[in-house]
Design a protein around this ligand. Structure first.
Ligand code: DGL
Length: 268
């Protein structure tokens, strides 16, 4: 495997950029190819079968870019498609759920953990299952927040509507006394400060992106394919709305102006 080959990263839209941001911080020499399925976002309300089909097409596309590893930077696709795709792909592939659950298990003091996610992720029960493998006594309270993804995709980060929705979603969760909340959708770290304002300072907010980048680096090092020198390149692809995606990416990534290309993803 070529050490200079890029890491493939994908999500339904801009959310996975929170994982790319962390990869840039922690693995600063790695080349990255990102795909955002902006024509078909949101994934969170779709069925397992559809998510597997979409994810498979994206993996086929990323393989044409000769990626050396793939990160599913989407909790919904990690929950529904990761296990199916692992045996189908000849490069290592990781998701964001396991790293997120691991961080939450380490962070909680009172054993009460809240998980925010899409309807699909919460409905799959995957966080509860993994957290109970760490400790069966954990109380895990899931809360689906289906409006967060469209609000983020529309760039309504500090909008009063987003503040209102955060309050409606989070207040019932806080009533359980959780001391740790997993941002179990890669879009949610983009509205972290709004979430923080609702839950206060005494709750640990877990962004699985950090631990995902740690896991990725460990994996690449183990396989002898970690790129630790040289200038990186970043390439971005979407299935719709390239200009809108570029301007969003430019506002959150610490890299030079991002250019985004369109891909007819159904053909893969
Ligand atoms: N950002 C994705 C996730 O982490 C998908 C959100 C969506 O498209 O509904 O679940």
């Amino acid at each position: 495997m070529d050490i200079n080959a890029p890491i493939g990263v994908f999500d339904s839209g801009v959310g996975g950029l929170t994982v790319v941001r962390e990869i840039i911080r922690q693995l600063p020499n790695e080349n990255v190819v990102y795909f955002g399925d902006t024509a078909r976002v949101p994934y969170g309300s779709k069925s397992r079968e559809i998510i597997i089909e979409y994810s498979r097409q994206i993996v086929h596309f990323l393989k044409t870019k000769k990626v050396k590893a793939i990160v599913i930077a989407c909790n919904t696709a990690s929950a529904y498609a990761l296990d199916t795709l692992i045996p189908e792909v000849d490069v290592p592939i990781i998701g964001v759920v396991l790293p997120g659950a691991k961080t939450a298990a380490k962070a909680t003091v009172n054993g009460k953990i809240g998980v925010l996610g899409t309807t699909g992720t919460i409905g799959s029960g995957i966080y509860t299952k993994i957290l109970h493998e760490y400790n069966p006594a954990f109380m895990v309270v899931g809360k689906a927040c289906p409006l967060f993804v469209p609000l983020v995709e529309e760039g309504m980060i500090d909008d009063p509507v987003t503040v209102e929705m955060a309050s409606r979603y989070l207040k019932p969760l806080m009533a359980y006394g959780v001391d740790t909340i997993v941002l179990g959708c890669t879009h949610y770290p983009l509205i972290r400060s709004t979430i923080r304002n609702v839950v206060g300072d005494n709750v640990t907010l877990v962004n699985p992106a950090y631990e995902t980048a740690v896991s990725l680096r460990t994996l690449l090092q183990k396989q002898g394919i970690y790129r630790d020198c040289g200038e990186p390149t970043y390439r971005f692809y979407v299935s719709d709305g390239a200009a809108k995606f570029s301007s969003f990416a430019n506002s959150i990534l610490p890299v030079e102006l991002v250019e985004t290309r369109l891909v007819p993803i159904e053909e893969y």
